[in-house]
Ligand binder design. Structure first.
Ligand code: SF4
Ligand code: SF4
Length: 185
């Protein structure tokens, strides 16, 4: 069977900035509400009077060449069979090197819960294993999020890729599995 490369696309033209995804993620993963794994970023661009705003869901990009994995001294941060990046709590020593190494600043140490380990999106692989969608995708009222296997040419996510999905920061060369469809005025 072909190797999986599970990813996500967020369509910034559909996102309404309601925060349903970030709250659903907190509840699903039992994360304290000051340690969001998924945040909503507000963008304001243009020059008055032609100013416009849009929102962007921001979370781990599940990089295929992940600086967090390279920085981890214990191999706790690792690539999964889904093609995603996760932390093995049994190997993690809570040093925080991965938090510093992530160029997207999507990891945060959780000193109070989860054993003082780093928090970050797992793409809800525990739900994928049951055939369910990640909590963010399942909760999005605007249909702005899709996940799926990028290695499956027939997958819905690859139809979204063809709509103009791009990497957030191609200059970083981390080869992410998470993409955006940029906001178009
Ligand atoms: Fe690691 Fe950051 Fe890439 Fe996520 S976005 S895989 S935390 S380097
Ligand atoms: Fe690895 Fe844990 Fe240290 Fe992060 S905090 S680098 S996952 S051992």
């Amino acid at each position: 069977m072909a190797k999986k490369r599970w990813g996500k696309i967020v369509d910034l033209n559909k996102c309404v900035g309601c925060h349903a995804c970030s709250v659903a993620c907190l509840a699903e993963n039992k994360v304290p509400n000051d340690k969001f794994r998924t945040k909503i970023i507000e963008h304001e661009e243009g020059i008055f009077p032609n100013v416009y705003r849009y929102t962007e869901k921001w979370s781990c990009n599940h990089c295929q060449k992940a600086p967090c994995v390279d920085a981890c001294p214990t191999k706790a941060s690792h690539y999964t069979e889904w093609g995603t990046v996760e932390v093995n709590p049994d190997l993690c020593i809570g040093c925080g090197y991965c938090v510093l190494a992530c160029p997207y600043r999507v990891r945060v140490m959780n000193e109070r819960e989860h054993g003082g380990l780093p928090e970050k999106c797992t793409l809800c692989t525990h739900r994928l294993e049951k055939g369910e969608k990640p909590a963010c995708e399942a909760s999005c009222i605007a249909g702005a999020i899709i996940t799926g296997d990028l290695n499956n040419p027939d997958s819905e996510i690859n139809k979204w890729m063809a709509k103009g999905a791009v990497e957030r920061r191609p200059d970083l060369k981390t080869h992410p599995n998470v993409f955006i469809i940029p906001y178009r005025r």
